[in-house]
Design a protein around this ligand. Structure first.
Ligand code: NAD
Ligand code: UDX
Length: 458
């Protein structure tokens, strides 16, 4: 009935949305997403999907049980598929050689062995996860060192979607990148992958390369994006010393077409599951090839990110008369960016921890990430509360901190919120998203990133 069966191993932030969009545009393909986590699969099969992503529900509900299926039965679906995307997690290694930097490839290797064990015919295996350059060589060795006489083609097809805009990014990507071996079989496999995306992506946006360029490009794209955030954040520190305004500087440099306006928003630094992990991985790879200077260069991007968060906390404590001990502080936003419920590596985590180390009592509100708060702050139990409205979070607080750029934070009735707060009341806008002049007129002392404070206490 279906022309081909596509399998995706790993039903996470990438696997779920990517396969849903493929299923939508390729009704003649059967698309199956498997995961070892039964809870996650049950959620994908339910009305409440495991991740919040604008537009995702619509695509999944339209394709599920038509040509999109979710399952925990990894083994049998391997055997019945033609193309296998592998989208398992590749976190930073926490032990042994390269701990804290290198990618932990244990899930990856297990998957390769599982594919081999359950295949009686050759298949196309596609790296969807972000991986160290040359991982495909290891994958090929594991898969093709079999005694069954079957051949696997290993391709690289990294995913560039960003959370919060995943569906829009998948529907109209800047580019699709597919890397393959320059052999007949490799090029034939490459055509089959290109053909999937060509259902909805203009051909000129589907670019092909050798496997290693494709693997490396993904790490480099994330490194360049994060580097821009760290670069603008270093300048925000300089702005605070010189009375220059970071928003004005960003605008002025961003209008240079060679620089461009995106990813120049100063704030509390980058979070998310990818940037830090991928830059450290890139730095580690450079180090293993003896390229120490290259490695140091990229590590600095991550160091500046921590510096920015420490700096923000210092501004908060210094402005609040050098002590926050015993003070209630409202934290608005815990997700690592707006429009996602994901809290992985969120700047809010280190900000919350540092403030609780200073003995502040936090009340935390996030429109979509409530569930992630307590697990991220396990060591701080009893020193924070998770609130279900901004009003209750700010009630009796000395300060509000904006840690995530949720649009709804702009629309709150800050006059009413101000009334219920301790005075003097502070706002620390770590994302520079609020109407600062209006807040100042209400009575707040307003501190922001890279811009002079509007302080009532000077
Ligand atoms: P995730 O943790 O949300 O999902 C990975 C899933 O793989 C988990 O549900 C896990 O249970 C499953 N898994 C692990 N081992 C398995 C196995 N042997 N068999 C079956 N399932 C298994 O991760 P993610 O955010 O989707 O990221 C996946 C990969 O994509 C990573 O390499 C990441 O760097 C990359 N990536 C992520 C994003 C993003 O925005 N999150 C964007 C681009 C690329
Ligand atoms: C990133 C890449 O953008 C995406 O291509 C890749 O596939 C996965 O990693 P993601 O982490 O989901 O995506 O979000 P992104 O929009 O890149 O934001 C990352 C972090 O940088 C967020 O914490 C965001 O708030 C921050 N950021 C981004 C800034 O602080 N300033 C900016 O100008 C842009």
């Amino acid at each position: 009935m279906f022309r081909k069966t596509i399998l995706c191993i790993g039903a996470g932030y990438v696997g779920g949305p990517t396969m849903a969009v493929i299923a939508k545009h390729c009704p003649e393909y059967k698309v199956v997403v498997v995961d070892i986590n039964p809870k996650r699969i049950a959620q994908w099969q339910s009305d409440k999907l495991p991740i919040y992503e604008p537009g995702l529900d619509e695509v999944v509900f339209a394709t599920r049980n038509r040509n999109l299926f979710f399952s925990t039965d990894v083994d049998s679906h391997i055997e019945s598929s033609d193309i296998i995307f592998v989208s398992v997690n590749t976190p930073t290694k926490t032990f042994g050689q390269g701990a804290g930097k290198a990618a932990d490839l244990q899930y990856w290797e297990k998957t390769a062995r599982q594919i081999l064990k359950n295949s009686s015919t050759g298949k196309i295996v596609v790296e969807k996860s972000t991986l160290p350059v040359r991982t495909a060589a290891a994958m090929e060795r594991i898969l093709n060192s079999n005694e069954k006489g079957i051949h696997f083609d290993v391709l690289s097809n990294p995913e560039f979607l960003a959370e919060g805009t995943a569906i829009a990014d998948l529907e109209s990507p800047d580019r699709i990148l597919v890397g393959a071996r320059n052999t007949d079989s490799g090029q034939n496999a490459l055509e089959q992958i290109v053909e999937i995306y060509a259902h909805w992506t203009p051909r000129e946006k589907i670019i092909t390369s050798n496997v290693w360029s494709s693997e490396l490009s993904k790490l480099v794209a994330n490194a360049f994006l994060a580097q821009r955030v760290s670069s603008i954040n270093t300048i925000s520190a300089l702005c605070e010393k010189t009375n220059a305004d970071i928003e004005e500087v960003s605008r002025a440099i961003g209008m240079d077409s060679r620089i461009g306006p995106k990813f120049l928003k100063a704030g509390v630094g980058f979070g998310g599951s990818c940037f830090k992990k991928d830059i450290l991985n890139l730095a580690y790879i450079a180090e293993t090839y003896g390229l120490t200077e290259v490695s140091r260069y990229w590590e600095q991007v991550v160091e500046i990110n921590s510096y920015q968060q420490d700096r923000f906390v210092r501004i908060i404590v210094n402005s609040m008369f050098n002590t926050v001990a015993g003070k209630k502080i409202a934290l608005f936003g815990f997700a690592f960016k707006a429009d996602t419920g994901d809290t992985r590596e969120s700047p809010a985590i280190s900000i919350a921890q540092s403030l609780m180390d200073e003995r502040a009592v936090l009340s935390i509100y996030d429109p979509k990430a409530s569930e992630g708060i307590t697990p991220e702050l396990v060591d701080y139990e009893g020193r924070f509360s998770v609130e279900h409205s901004p009003v209750s979070a700010a009630d009796g607080a000395h300060a509000i901190i904006i840690a995530t750029d949720w649009a709804e934070f702009r629309d709150y009735d800050y006059s009413a919120i101000f009334e219920k707060m301790e005075k003097p009341a502070f706002i620390f806008d770590g994302r520079n998203i609020l109407d600062h002049q209006k807040l100042y007129e209400i009575g707040f002392s307003v501190h922001r990133i890279g811009r002079p404070p509007l302080s009532r206490l000077a």
